[in-house]
Ligand binder design. Structure first.
Ligand code: SF4
Ligand code: ZN
Ligand code: ZN
Length: 328
């Protein structure tokens, strides 16, 4: 007979998750409070909670578990802290995967009564992610799909936020994402990214015209986010992005999960290191960066041509061999 494990906090309800780094089992309700308290803590840590009144937030909603949770929690807070928000869905054009995600986003926004805006990569950038991948594969480029798709998604999100005159951009990055990004920056020797990501949020504050970011799930483990999502009964798609497994992030994610399994709390320790290291080099590294405007699109950039336009030009050059997949 399987014994029912009770929640260590309320001691009444059935546990749905074991939080290994704390040695505690939580029921659905206590996990929910735990996650929402972490969100409050991460907003307080960066001194943003009391500044939200009257502000306009654009939230990147992909239809995945993290951005769904972030949207749901921020929507609850919007009533108490009196701010407005709009969801933005970037459609990468990845067939059924993008179609299902788009439907989930529209459904969630209608249920919560949140305004939303949909932008498609094909219309805005001139190419969808599968078309970009096709060009990269045919030209035997070593650039991975997520490197292209991620750059265009960030670019479009910032563009929409500027267009909407938003005060903040909210993203669903969780603690695991932050740790993975840090390790990837270390591997690449990307000091600038480590300096920029020193704080849990507002990492673009030092760059005029880039809208400051808020990451409500910054202190929430991916596993906690997943169980929060499932126990709240949010709609999900069974499809994963077909390109995700080619990214370096995927391999790093496996490695860090293994480390966390052997040493519970490891992710927290890496996150603390990320902040300490970032803060110690931030001033020196970022003071040398001059922010200009991209010669092509006019968006703020530390280079003459921003990364998105550079990628677009690169794909156009490659696609000239492949009869006009690229339309802009
Ligand atoms: Fe784009 Fe990579 Fe995300 Fe797929 S997993 S949607 S390719 S960034
Ligand atoms: Zn409980
Ligand atoms: Zn540009």
């Amino acid at each position: 007979m399987i014994e029912m494990v009770l929640c260590d906090l309320c001691k009444k309800r059935k546990a749905v998750i074991k939080i290994r780094y704390a040695g505690l089992d939580f029921c659905k309700e206590c996990l929910s409070k735990f996650v929402e308290q972490k969100v409050m803590l991460s907003l307080k840590r960066i001194g943003i909670l009391n500044k939200l009144s009257g502000k306009y937030l654009v939230i990147a909603l992909s239809g995945g578990k993290d951005s769904t949770n972030a949207t749901y929690i921020m929507h609850k807070l919007s009533q108490e802290y009196d701010f407005k928000m709009k969801a933005v869905f970037v459609d990468e054009g990845i067939g059924e995967y993008s179609r299902q995600r788009r439907a989930i986003v529209m459904d969630l926004c209608r249920k919560l009564g949140i305004e939303y805006r949909i932008v498609t990569m094909k219309e805005e950038v001139g190419i969808s992610t599968p078309e970009a991948v096709s060009i990269l594969v045919k030209s035997r480029s070593s650039i991975k799909p997520c490197s292209v798709c991620g750059v265009f998604r960030r670019y479009l999100l910032n563009k929409v936020a500027l267009d909407e005159n938003a005060d903040y951009v909210v993203t669903g990055h969780n603690l695991d994402d932050e740790v993975q990004t840090f390790i990837m920056s270390l591997i690449r020797g990307d000091i600038r990214s480590i300096a920029r990501e020193a704080y849990s949020s507002g990492c673009e504050d030092d760059v005029p015209e880039l809208v400051s970011r808020i990451k409500p799930l910054y202190l929430v483990y991916e596993r906690e986010s997943l169980v929060y999502f499932i126990t709240h009964g949010f709609k999900r798609t069974s499809l994963s992005c077909p390109y995700a497994r080619f990214s370096m992030r995927y391999a790093i994610r496996e490695m860090i999960n293994d480390l966390e399994y052997r040493r519970p709390g490891m992710k927290y320790r890496i996150l603390a290191l990320k902040e300490r290291l970032g803060k110690s080099i931030r001033e020196k590294v970022l003071s040398n960066i001059e922010i200009r405007h991209c010669k092509i699109c006019g968006m703020p950039s530390s280079r003459d041509v921003c990364r998105a336009c550079e990628l677009k030009e690169f794909l156009v050059k490659l696609s000239q061999n492949y009869k006009g997949i690229y339309t802009k």
